[in-house]
Design a protein around this ligand. Structure first.
Ligand code: GLP
Length: 261
């Protein structure tokens, strides 16, 4: 039976948390070979993609939609999310290129590109499972603080903090683009299942606010509290500021067999 709730899973390491997330995705692809996956970039899902590749799942009928892309970086740019996704996942699985969707950062018409991205998601029946990481300020996708909680795919301007956080990929902060195209928070909430991953201590505050704080656009991930089906896979560091962490651990350990992942 399917569970509809927010489930917090705390594991000792990023590897253990990732392996639960990978099993959830593997289960979905086995049950629904033509599943629609929403995918994320950043360092957090790297382990997940590695594990999914090793599982040798069948991706022939899978469709994917990535959360976001930098404006002004062409697909071949080494720091584009296009390059990231092909290098870290798509080249290593049997997904047809036509099934891969990532916003076009070089489009001449951003509003039209965003609208057609939304239409394409609808046309394939919506996203079955959306993978999410979280920024140190609680952003999901590139929905920065104070984003509309009902927003759809659109252009956003990055905050200085996000540009600083992402400077490590570009070599210097000056090279990080200012603008991005991102699925909106409303777009993310439409996914039938959201799977949020967070590991290190640097994510602990954002996670505590997202899970146990008030729903607020100052922590965009907190809106997931309004979603009927969310799985939060955490390594201990990222869970360290959760007030109810012992309760979440207990709940997970007591799971009846029929609910086990
Ligand atoms: C970027 C991405 C987000 C990601 C966040 C955290 O801002 N747009 O999708 O969750 O970085 O990245 P990391 O996993 O590297 O900490």
């Amino acid at each position: 039976m399917d569970i509809f709730d927010m489930e917090i899973i705390i594991q000792p390491t990023a590897e253990a948390a990732t392996s639960i997330a990978a099993r959830i995705i593997a289960c979905l692809l086995r049950e629904k070979p033509n599943a629609v996956l929403g995918l994320a970039t950043g360092s957090t899902p790297l382990l997940l993609y590695r594990e999914l590749i090793a599982m040798k799942l069948d991706w022939r009928k899978v469709t994917t939609f990535n959360l976001d892309e930098y404006v002004g970086l062409d697909a071949a740019h080494p720091q584009s999310y296009h390059s990231f996704m092909w290098e870290n996942l798509f080249w290593h699985v049997n997904i047809p290129a036509k099934n891969v969707n990532i916003p076009n950062g070089m489009t001449k018409n951003i509003p039209a590109c965003c609208e057609s991205y939304e239409r394409k998601i609808l046309a394939v029946g919506g996203i079955d499972l959306q993978v999410l990481g979280i920024g140190t300020d609680g952003h999901i996708g590139f929905n920065e603080q104070t984003s509309s909680l009902a927003s759809r795919t659109r252009i956003k301007t990055l905050t200085p903090r996000t540009r600083k956080d992402n400077a490590r990929f570009f070599g210097s902060e000056a090279k990080v683009p200012h603008h991005v195209i991102t699925m909106g928070i409303g777009t993310i909430l439409d996914a039938r299942h959201c799977l949020l991953l967070a590991f290190g201590k640097q994510k602990a505050r954002a996670i505590a606010e997202a899970v146990e704080g008030p729903v607020t656009s100052m922590n965009p991930a907190s809106v997931l509290q309004l979603h009927p089906k969310v799985t939060v896979c955490l390594a201990a560091g990222a869970a360290s500021k959760l007030k109810l962490r012992d309760y979440y651990r207990w709940v997970f350990d007591q799971k009846p067999d029929w609910q086990k992942i």
